[in-house]
Design a protein around this ligand. Structure first.
Ligand code: ARG
Ligand code: ASP
Length: 737
């Protein structure tokens, strides 16, 4: 019935497509490898010389067998038949830090294992290979009644997911995840092989791997040599095994060949990796919440916190080292959100979503009996309800927890519970030992004066906002006095006080913890958050999730309907989901599952009269050099290679040493470390960032302004080979010249 009504419009739609030059969309989208057949023709038209089956197959080795989840939130790729893995420096950072000490400062000086025996085990690090993904939508959703309550639905889905995982996982070898797509309208199962013996092989000095630091982060032009090198080790039969000196380098099903022939502007590229999270299908209300509430609150809080930390880091070199990683983490989100807000405003995302919503509502009118009518007003209401508790949740995360001693003090609640016999799963000695380890780790990178300054700053700032007082009354209403007690007397702000307390700890000592002023404060704020704020947030979130699932289903149905004429009738420029109307599929939002994003090498114009070329060279490193600024120090050895133009086979056709390049591949956090491949499927770069003007791509992609930033593989190999002399690693690789 629906088809008939829209038949005429469908004809119009085809004409419109032709008028738009066939709309080959070459950039937006993070596509599911299992379904890549659908993109194959387009990808080949754009320059891919492979088939979808060469990229993802479970019948024979394919490129997917060379791509791994690296650690908890990055991607990596295998580049030799001996399990050598490349990822970003910022992805390997914590493992490089773990092995660093004053005597062996690998962060500063870099690290290169001269032989396999020198490669360093990294406890806690795992890589995961995807063996197979399957559409399990039927097993997960069949028979789930639309009349189920959200709780019934959730329970049923959890039980089904668990059954599937159990049926397919092998203890200690594979791991199975069942993941919702399209907000729970589809489900896929992922079977991973997990290797836990992964060793650090090499890392450049930080002034190469982090060159430009936070100043250049999220920015183009970029000159960061953001890579590090690891190796996967396997047990007998080349299968996963816990660390053992007897393990052997893993023989992969597939490794990537490295192409030194470079690229030209306009060349086809694809990024194969694990994008973490995008939200392209939100309603205008959802975007408004991010634009007007979430981002501004978080930005303001972090601006204040960073001011305090940066000032302290500048004054004291010890603090600079202690707070470097923390500051980088805080600044990373902060800078991204600032770019995101600007991008959402510039593209008028709310306005165009509202236009789309009008079309959506018109369309639902034409479908009598379909369930989508009313979903948008309901979403609007749900976001209004969410706004109130969301404010408090953000205050808690960004303000209350900003002084680290608060969370640290609260973490001793477990020790109290064990001491009181309220938690029987753990012995007192174990709990105590855990606290001792935690304390040692905490105080290593902690400065009480800095923490106190953060506390004071955040409290006053929140008072000025008027929001903090809604959350909790501050003890005595006297900040100065409270600070004196927290930082002058509490157990949790001084390593010696805490150590001597833990040394004389007995089962009755928990009373001292419970009397500690900072612990009391922490317990109160956490109590308020966990028992009053968070349940409300979860409640609101559940409602939004369920409505968003329905809205997503509607958006997919509208897309499949091919009702492009409605769009043309209201004279809209197709944006967001509308761009894909009639193209029969919407790509699912990122959810940290393997995806293919494809586009081309392309410069861009971020501002009036400004044009950015798509690649940088070592010239830019020398231009940026400033021995007085930590982020811009250049190694003598690099200067020497530069002075002699000693680039070997890694120079480009013009004799330049390329460093980084940008393209239109649609990527997000998690794609860091992802392989960047050319039309032949060979490695030409390592993804590591996006340009600042395009960070709204998590919400709305814009091919004019969104660029992913990639390390040129030639610079990576130049550093390994020429700079560090770790030629044995390059010899393992399969290199095309
Ligand atoms: N912006 C990149 C990403 O989101 C790199 C972050 C690490 N670098 C830094 N300076 N904080 O992961
Ligand atoms: N830098 C990000 C990452 O670490 C990538 C991005 O957000 O584009 O995954």
């Amino acid at each position: 019935m629906f088809m008939k009504i829209f038949l005429q419009k469908t004809i119009l739609f085809s004409c419109a497509l032709i008028a738009m030059g066939g709309t080959v969309r070459a950039d937006e989208g993070m596509w599911v490898p299992l379904l890549l057949q659908r993109n194959q023709a387009q990808m080949q038209r754009l320059g891919l010389q492979l088939t979808a089956d060469d990229i993802y197959s479970i019948n024979h080795s394919s490129l997917k067998d060379a791509v791994v989840i690296f650690g908890g939130g990055c991607t990596g790729e295998v580049v030799s038949d001996q399990g050598l893995v490349l990822t970003n420096h910022h992805c390997g950072f914590s493992y490089i830090q773990y092995h660093s000490s004053v005597e062996h400062d690998y962060l500063t000086n870099g690290f290169w294992a001269a032989t396999m025996d020198e490669e360093l085990p990294c406890p806690g690090l795992a890589v995961r290979f995807l063996k197979e993904m399957r559409d399990v939508t039927h097993s997960m959703l069949d028979g789930i009644d639309a009349r189920y309550t959200e709780n019934q639905r959730r329970d049923s889905i959890q039980a089904r997911g668990k059954r599937l995982s159990e049926a397919f996982s092998q203890e200690g070898k594979t791991e199975v995840k069942v993941v919702p797509f399209y907000y729970g309208n589809q489900y896929y199962m992922f079977i991973y092989e997990v290797f836990t013996d992964v060793r650090l092989v090499g890392a450049p000095p930080s002034n190469i791997g982090k060159f430009g630091g936070d100043t250049d982060n999220w920015m183009w032009p970029r000159h960061t040599g953001d890579f590090s090198v690891f190796r996967i080790y396997a047990g007998k039969d080349n299968t996963p095994a816990p660390y053992s000196p007897d393990n052997k380098p893993y023989k992969p099903l597939r490794y990537l060949k490295i192409d030194l022939r470079g690229y030209e502007e306009g060349d086809f590229t694809f990024v194969f990796g694990y994008p973490g999270r995008t939200q392209e299908y939100l309603s205008s209300f959802g975007v408004r919440q991010i634009l007007e509430q979430e981002d501004p609150m978080r930005i303001a809080a972090r601006t204040a916190r960073l001011e305090v930390i940066k000032a302290a880091m500048e004054k004291d070199p010890a603090v600079r080292i202690q707070y470097a990683a923390k500051a980088a983490g805080i600044a990373n989100g902060w800078k991204k959100w600032i770019g995101e807000v600007k991008g959402i405003q510039r593209l008028n995302v709310i306005g165009s979503k509202q236009d789309y919503e009008k079309i959506f509502e018109d369309w639902t009118q034409s479908l009598n009996g379909e369930p989508y009518a009313g979903v948008l007003p309901a979403l609007k209401k749900a976001y209004e309800e969410m706004a109130v508790c969301q404010t408090e949740a953000i205050v808690f995360q960004e303000h209350i927890l900003a002084p680290e001693a608060v969370g640290f003090a609260y973490s001793f609640k477990k020790l109290c519970r064990v001491s009181k016999g309220e938690e029987t799963g753990m012995k007192l000695e174990e709990a105590l030992a855990e606290c001792e380890r935690k304390a040692e780790k905490f105080f290593k990178d902690y400065n009480a004066e800095v923490d106190r300054a953060i506390f004071e700053r955040m409290i006053f700032q929140t008072h000025a906002d008027g929001s903090f007082t809604q959350v909790i009354d501050f003890p005595d209403k006297n900040v100065g006095k409270a600070m004196e007690t927290f930082y002058g007397k509490s157990l949790f702000t001084d390593p010696d006080r805490l150590r001597s307390f833990l040394n004389r700890y007995n089962a009755a000592s928990y009373k001292e913890i419970e009397k500690d002023p900072l612990f009391k404060y922490a317990d109160e704020v956490y109590g308020r958050y966990l028992h009053a704020v968070r349940p409300l947030v979860l409640q609101c979130q559940k409602q939004i999730d369920s409505l968003q699932r329905l809205y997503m289903k509607g958006q997919m149905a509208l897309t499949e309907s091919g009702d492009f004429a409605t769009v043309m009738r209201v004279g809209l420029k197709p944006v967001g989901p509308l761009r894909n109307v009639g193209s029969e599929q919407l790509y699912p939002d990122a959810n940290f599952t393997l995806r293919v994003a494809y586009g081309k090498v392309a410069g861009f114009s971020p501002a009036d009269a400004v044009y950015y070329r798509p690649y940088t060279t070592i010239e830019g490193i020398m231009e940026k050099e400033d021995p007085g600024i930590y982020d811009y120090v250049v190694e003598d050895r690099l200067k020497e290679l530069y002075a002699n133009k000693d680039y070997g086979r890694y120079a480009n056709a013009l004799g330049e040493m390329p460093v980084a390049f940008v393209g239109t591949n649609h990527t997000t956090g998690g794609n860091s470390g992802s392989p960047v491949l050319n039309g032949e499927g060979n490695l030409i770069g390592i993804n590591f960032d996006r340009c600042w003007e395009g960070t709204m791509s998590d919400i709305r992609y814009d091919s004019e302004m969104c660029r992913n930033i990639m390390l040129d593989i030639r610079y990576c190999l130049f550093i390994i080979d020429k700079f560090a002399g770790a030629t044995r690693l390059v010899e393992e690789m399969d290199i095309i010249e």
